[in-house]
Design a protein around this ligand. Structure first.
Ligand SMILES: Nc1ncnc2c1ncn2[C@@H]1O[C@H](COP(=O)(O)OP(=O)(O)O)[C@@H](O)[C@H]1O
Ligand SMILES: [Mg+2]
Length: 609
């Protein structure tokens, strides 16, 4: 195992020092009992059955044994042997329990740290990363820490201690045999080195494919409505089967190598045991070694080789654990957003928002915003209009720092937003996104999403402002009615109004509404805007709107085209000064939407040309 990986693993064991002491004590007990066990057999063979005198070292401690009958001695020794085995079994039981307990706890700790870290990673990570892969890392890969501890660190330590203890005792018993026992270790080591080197790729292949498989299932279930309506079930099933078959293949290749390795290891240890049996047998024949002692040696060799072969058998999963650990540690190596910087500003804000020459690119290649400059005074309503894809959503997402501007600055109350504490900033900017994310839960839970401490009255007030109160009251359980996963049981307009209520609840000084009513008909839309205008409390309000009728009363209108601000002013001035705004206005007055991008541009060219 790599040293840094060992360090990392050890860092998870820190809080469980007492348990480790317990496990170590139990392991030592097991090793001592295992060292003791063969001697009862030796005494039975060499003394009780052949009638020779017991060794002085023993009779010195138990003088009673000198006068004992051979049959009674046999019984006493057998009972002693049994007692040792039973004690060893009890120790093993306690050991397993403690080890599983600790293994589960370290997995729990790793998962909790992983989720916390994933949540802290910036939006750019989450928009580029597959969700299923992150789920797989928390669900399956996090188990690596348990495998590393219980399949790697502990067995290696036990094998090491066993080797030392048994070797030391063997040295006293028979020098040649003792050295023969450890003669196999270099072979085992070489074999292990060679094996792990090729294994790591195969283990990686298995991980990647398993993660793909999860992704297939995840994608299929997430888009089930589309799959059904386009009758893609068979196609999706076949894709799943292909992914599953690849997983099987990868797993089989891995298993094949594992069994091959495990057989080679067994072969080496068996050869070791056989040669010791031959040399020891010759010693017994020439009288330099007693039969019972040879039995002790054989038992010791087993005690040393057992943990080694158990590692050999589990090395595959250990290697997979290493790969998983790598995947998990990759996440930890990504820099999180700093939520609470001690130098950052966190006080209440008035709500003066200013964009200064802001440019932005998602991929650092294609610019989505370029040189955006505008100003929203406290308590103003500023409308942002433009064709779909112009960059309006991107622009407002920069305000709560969901993404960071590539160039230029955004100021709130004349202070760069990157100087604000992120939590405080986000608490003071309420964002109603284009497609709000809803939870499986009740209406009240969903509205309280960002303010879990809001009173029932505040929730009702926000729902009234968002024009969803009557709808909710008409439901059998009112605010306690449950919504399906991501609002599956609601219409688009209901979902949007719920998202709006959520944003209105906090009374944040800056309110950002991203096409909050695009799924509503124009009559409900007008009513919602009227409500917002009436009930909002001096909040600076940025609205991206779909229908110009609802924003003609805005204090300022910013017209965006292809990522740049082309014009800004009030409705009346823009009608006179901005050709783009006038075209937008004409188009919308004629009852069309802004979504028909190509069509509109074609028409625009005609008008200007
Ligand atoms: N996460 C993203 N990664 C890369 N490009 C994106 C991402 N989100 C949006 N875009 C692109 O940025 C441009 C502006 O999108 P958006 O701000 O959503 O436009 P609007 O809200 O004005 O319709 C579009 O061309 C879109 O394809
Ligand atoms: Mg948008």
């Amino acid at each position: 195992m790599h040293t840094s990986l060992l360090h990392w693993t050890a860092s998870f064991l820190q809080p469980y020092r007492t348990r480790i002491v317990g496990i170590s004590a139990l392991s030592l007990t097991e090793i001592s009992l295992a060292a003791l066990a063969p001697w009862t057999l030796k005494l039975i063979v060499d003394n009780a059955l052949t009638g020779d005198d017991l060794p002085i070292s023993l009779t010195q401690w138990l003088p009673l044994l000198v006068t004992i009958e051979p049959v009674s001695l046999l019984i006493v020794l057998a009972i002693a042997g049994l007692a040792i085995q039973l004690a060893s079994e009890l120790a093993r039981m306690a050991h397993t329990q403690l080890q599983v307990d600790m293994g589960q706890r370290v997995v729990h700790d790793l998962r909790s740290r992983l989720l916390a870290h994933l949540q802290a990673l910036p939006m750019s990570h989450h928009t580029n990363q597959r969700t299923s892969d992150s789920v797989y890392r928390i669900d399956a890969d996090a188990y690596c820490i348990n495998d590393l501890v219980t399949g790697g660190v502990f067995p290696l330590a036990i094998a090491g201690i066993n080797l030392i203890v048994m070797f030391t005792i063997l040295l006293q018993v028979d020098l040649v045999l003792a050295f023969m026992t450890i003669a196999v270790t270099p072979f085992l080591y070489l074999c292990l080195r060679f094996h792990t080197r090729t294994l790591v790729h195969r283990a990686e292949a298995v991980k990647t494919r398993e993660s793909w498989l999860i992704e297939r299932v995840y994608e299929t279930l997430r888009s089930i409505a589309a799959i059904k309506s386009f009758s893609r079930e068979t196609y999706e099933h076949e894709r799943f089967l292909r992914a599953s078959n690849e997983t099987i293949q990868a797993r089989l290749t891995l298993t094949w190598q594992e069994s091959l390795f495990s057989s080679v290891v067994t072969g080496i240890t068996l050869t070791g045991t056989a040669s010791i049996l031959i040399v020891g047998g010759i010693h017994v024949l020439d009288g330099s070694l007693r039969l019972g002692t040879l039995l002790v040696v054989i038992a010791y060799i087993a005690a040393v080789y057992d943990p080694i072969s158990s590692i050999a058998h589990t090395i595959g999963s250990l290697q997979q654990a290493t790969v998983s650990a790598h995947r998990v540690r990759n996440i930890f190596s990504l820099a999180p957003e700093i939520l609470e910087n001690p130098d950052a500003i966190s006080g209440p804000i008035k709500g003066h928002v200013a964009f200064e020459n802001v440019s932005f690119s998602y991929d650092r290649v294609r610019m989505v915003l370029e040189g955006v400059t505008f100003d929203a005074q406290p308590s103003q309503i500023v409308a942002i209009v433009g064709l779909t894809g112009a960059g309006k959503t991107t622009l407002v997402n920069l305000i709560p720092r969901l993404f960071a501007a590539t160039k230029g600055r955004i100021l709130i109350d004349d202070i760069d937003i990157s100087d604000y504490e992120l939590r405080s900033l986000r608490n003071q900017v309420a964002l109603a996104p284009q497609t709000p994310v809803l939870l499986a839960g009740t209406f009240i839970e969903n509205i309280r999403f960002g303010r879990t401490d809001a009173t029932d009255e505040a929730v009702v007030f926000a729902a009234q402002s968002a024009h969803i109160h009557e709808f909710i009251m008409g439901l059998p359980n009112g605010y306690d009615t449950t919504i399906g996963e991501n609002g599956a049981t609601l219409s688009g307009g209901e979902r949007q109004r719920l998202g709006l209520a959520r944003a209105l609840l906090g009374k944040a000084p800056i309110l950002v509404l991203d096409e909050p009513t695009s799924s509503l008909d124009s009559i409900s839309e007008a009513a919602v805007f009227e409500n917002i205008r009436r009930t909002r409390l001096k909040q600076t309000t940025l609205i991206i709107a779909h229908r110009l009728s609802t924003i003609r009363h805005a204090d300022q209108i910013v017209v965006i085209d292809a990522g740049t601000v082309v014009d800004s002013g009030t409705h009346d001035t823009l009608l006179k000064t901005s050709p783009l705004y006038r075209r937008l206005w004409e188009r919308l007055s004629a009852g069309r939407t802004l979504d028909e991008h190509a069509l509109f541009h074609g028409q625009a060219e005609n008008t200007t040309g």
